[in-house]
Design a protein around this ligand. Structure first.
Ligand SMILES: NC(=O)c1ccc[n+]([C@@H]2O[C@H](COP(=O)([O-])OP(=O)(O)OC[C@H]3O[C@@H](n4cnc5c(N)ncnc54)[C@H](OP(=O)(O)O)[C@@H]3O)[C@@H](O)[C@H]2O)c1
Length: 326
């Protein structure tokens, strides 16, 4: 089947914007965009945007039946890990119920669903993980991501699940991610505490978007780890960011995760082995320094001050906040 009509859900988020840019540039697609906000954060001429709430079965049906997509790419989720821990009903409604609504509506045009999952489905005792390793989520967010995977696997539809972690990058108007929060703090010479016991692959959002596009192009079904090519602990990532941007790394104080007392437990020895995706999708995600260099050039091209991103509510408890302002 050659893919023509693509529906991108959550197009206003960090990943959603990157996926949208790639698919809009690949002119062979007819694109429909949808997200929760009344307006798109990036407008593309001749690309239709529909505001909708994926927790509403009716709105999802209207959207999906209206554009009859060949592929639905779901970049939407409740992504704040601690908020998911505290607001469990809402987290389930969005991360599981929303996906189930998409699955139900997708049956009519037999659309393929592309979905994004997380390393938080693992307990972080024995990472890095392959696609075959046994999930054991520690947090409620992780439970919702695993339940979403299972709903899709059992749906009978063609599916592609991209598991990823520590997503960072710049897109206009998105909420803060770890890299932007850190750089903004250092630019203001604010001392920050960052954990040195959480290991994983920092993933440039552009690389994940490209992996997703390759998954659509080669029509793969199954689970694929798509993440940055290097595993480091968060403090190491932070100091490399600081050095690349010419900020003072001594402002970054190493701490342990336990001292943050966050509502949701984090996997510590995590990480994703990306060999399957590299071989089967033909991708080569950036390592840490390559990803940082791309981010730097994007930020300078956008002539954006680091402080422009929307703040994460309760930053020290946010999904990316494995660091804390002193
Ligand atoms: N961030 C990470 O470190 C990380 C790590 C592993 C996996 N992931 C997964 O990667 C995916 C993308 O993450 P991200 O960081 O790009 O997310 P994000 O920036 O938080 O964006 C999430 C998007 O979901 C949309 N959304 C939320 N609730 C919705 C609803 N009820 N109906 C319709 N749209 C809704 C939001 O819409 P509006 O903006 O229009 O309100 C937003 O565009 C998610 O599945 C996430 O779980 C992320």
């Amino acid at each position: 089947m050659s893919v023509r009509r693509v529906l991108i859900i959550g197009c206003n988020g960090l990943l959603g914007q990157k996926v949208t840019e790639l698919f809009v540039r690949g002119s062979s697609y007819s694109i429909t965009l949808a997200s929760l906000e009344p307006k798109p954060l990036q407008a593309f001429p001749s690309v239709e945007y529909t505001p909708f709430d994926m927790t509403s079965k009716k709105e999802v049906r209207q959207l999906v039946y209206g554009c009859e997509p060949d592929v639905i790419i779901n970049c939407a989720a409740m992504t704040n890990v601690d908020a998911c821990e505290n607001e469990r009903e809402l987290a389930w409604k969005i991360n599981v119920g929303g996906l189930e609504n998409l699955i139900e509506a997708a049956r009519r045009s037999n659309a393929r669903i592309v979905h994004v999952s997380s390393d938080y489905i693992f307990d972080g005792k024995a990472g890095p993980y392959t696609e075959e390793d046994r999930p054991e989520p520690l947090s409620y967010y992780g439970k919702t991501k695993l339940a979403g995977e299972n709903a899709l696997r059992m749906s009978g539809l063609e599916y592609f699940i991209a598991r990823t972690m520590v997503l960072y990058g710049y897109a206009p108007g998105t909420k803060m991610n770890f890299a932007l929060w850190l750089l903004q703090s250092l630019e203001k010479k604010i001392q920050v505490k960052v954990v040195n016991d959480q290991y994983g692959n920092p993933t440039l959002a552009d690389d994940l978007a490209y992996g997703i596009m390759r998954g659509v192009e080669v029509e793969r079904t199954g689970i694929y780890n798509i993440a940055g090519r290097e595993i480091v602990h968060r403090h190491e990532f932070a100091t490399r960011l600081a050095s690349a941007f010419g900020f003072d790394p001594s402002l970054i104080i190493p701490i342990k995760t336990a001292s943050l007392n966050q509502p949701a437990a984090r996997p510590l020895k995590s990480g994703l082995i990306t060999l399957k995706a590299e071989v089967e999708l033909g991708i080569k995600p950036s390592n840490v320094d390559e990803g940082i260099a791309i981010l730097k050039s994007q930020l300078s091209r956008s002539a954006r001050r680091l402080g422009d991103s929307a703040p994460v509510p309760g930053q020290s408890g946010g999904k990316h906040s494995t660091g804390r302002k002193k």
